[in-house]
Design a protein around this ligand. Structure first.
Ligand code: ZN
Length: 232
């Protein structure tokens, strides 16, 4: 912050050349929800990004390395448009069935693909199926990442119905919610304009996961929200 202020002082740009800087959303003061999209980038990601852009909404994408490799342009766009990128493994195996070296490889390969595509490295991990155990937590610690699960699901993969997805999503949306969705489900992408409009009408700001957990002081290897019975 201090450095930014010094830069501004030293090299003042004409006011007209400076984009208006929007104040960051403070989720302790306003209602926030984080929509999260897993397993992508899916083939409908472009349409989804158009919708998010239109309504000035941010989202978090937990990406699969194999699709980052095949659809890097979407990943680049996600980062450029202010969305958060998370790691969701390379090929979506249940981490609990893997050897530790295999889990590390799944995470590392995905970090590398995302870095290659978008120039940024994810700081959040969501293991496939949300399945984490102590081994996964330890490996996440090595990578410096907390593990992010969700507080509610849209059940889009199950219903694949625009109205049902909208209904469920609005039902689970509470201040501070992290909602699980999938951008490979066409009906989710179709439902998004209506979902975003409804949430914003209820006063919600659509923010990234990092905005939501800002005050949780999450450490690498921590799991959030903490699942029932989780002990570290
Ligand atoms: Zn998944």
């Amino acid at each position: 912050m201090a450095i930014a202020a010094v830069c501004v002082t030293l090299t003042p740009a004409p006011a007209s050349a400076q984009a208006p800087k929007k104040a960051p959303v403070d989720c302790t003061q306003v209602k926030c929800v984080a929509l999260t999209f897993d397993d992508g980038p899916g083939k409908y990601a472009g349409t989804l990004l158009d919708t998010l852009k239109k309504y000035d909404a941010k989202a978090t994408f937990f990406l699969e390395g194999q699709y980052v490799k095949s659809r890097p342009q979407f990943v680049k766009r996600m980062a450029a448009e202010g969305h958060e990128l998370g790691n969701h493994s390379y090929k979506h195996p249940d981490f609990r069935t893997l050897e530790t070296w295999e889990i590390r490889a799944e995470i590392k390969k995905t970090q590398d693909e995302i870095k290659k595509a978008a120039g940024v490295e994810p700081k959040l991990l969501r293991p496939p199926y949300g399945m984490a155990d102590l081994t996964v937590s330890e490996i996440a610690t090595e990578f410096g990442m907390p593990i992010i699960l969700w507080t509610g699901g849209s059940e889009d993969w199950k219903t694949k119905n625009v109205e049902a997805i909208k209904k469920k999503t609005l039902e689970v949306a509470k201040p501070g919610s992290i909602i699980l969705m999938h951008d490979w489900v066409k009906q989710t992408v179709d439902a998004m304009p209506s979902i975003v409009k409804s949430l914003q009408k209820k006063g919600y700001h659509l923010v990234t996961v990092s905005d939501i957990v800002k005050n949780e002081n999450l450490q690498p290897g921590d799991v959030f929200p903490v699942p029932e019975g989780w002990e570290k």
